[in-house]
Ligand binder design. Structure first.
Ligand code: MN3
Length: 199
């Protein structure tokens, strides 16, 4: 059985960029529902003794376990997203990753633009990601619960939730304003730098 992990900061600490109302609904309702659904579905599956990551990888692409995959991947994606965020007073531009962003996207500003484009062009619900592939950085978008965890060549570094529930209370339909605030005010670069193997 899985527990809902605690947020790594207080509900109100990302405000005004992500409000405490958004964060509490998102964590205590949406994320918790994925945990509860997974715990309800697991006992009737062959995955009961596996780690969350192995449940995700082994149920991926199997129509018989679509519900388990969706809920398990959403549990993992949300925990990864909480750690991709930091209170605005702790926000710092990337340090270790800065030269690699410049190398692989042209500049830091070009990276911001490309990430925003990916997040905006994800049609419907999904996620935008910065990942490492071999020694290179790459931006990905995934739909619904899909996660780079299922591709062993990919190392996820950070993610932005672009499901409407992540921003609608604060930004309504303005996904671009939410993604901009994510990138420029509350993105936790030190988390991404812990995840990369680039040095
Ligand atoms: Mn979400």
């Amino acid at each position: 059985m899985f527990d809902l992990p605690s947020l790594p900061y207080a509900n109100n600490s990302l405000s005004p960029f992500i409000s405490s109302q958004t964060l509490s609904f998102h964590h205590e309702k949406h994320h918790k529902t994925y945990v509860d659904n997974l715990n309800r579905l697991l006992p009737d599956s062959p995955f009961t003794s596996l780690s969350l990551e192995d449940i995700i990888r082994q149920s991926h692409g199997n129509p018989a376990y679509q519900g388990i995959f969706n809920n398990a991947a959403q549990v993992w994606n949300h925990t990864f997203y909480w750690h991709s965020l930091t209170p605005p007073q702790s926000f710092q531009k990337p340090a270790l990753l800065m030269p690699y962003l410049a190398r692989d996207f042209g500049s830091y500003e070009a990276f911001l633009g490309s990430f925003k484009d990916a997040a905006l062009s994800q049609f419907g619900s999904g996620w935008a990601w910065l990942v490492q592939v071999d020694q290179k950085l790459k931006i990905l978008k995934t739909s619904n619960a899909e996660t780079p965890l299922c591709d062993e060549k990919l190392i996820p570094l950070l993610t932005c939730d672009v499901w409407e529930h992540a921003y609608y209370l604060d930004y309504q339909n303005r996904r671009g304003d939410y993604v901009q605030a994510f990138l420029e005010n509350v993105l936790n670069w030190s988390f991404a730098e812990k995840n990369t193997t680039l040095r």
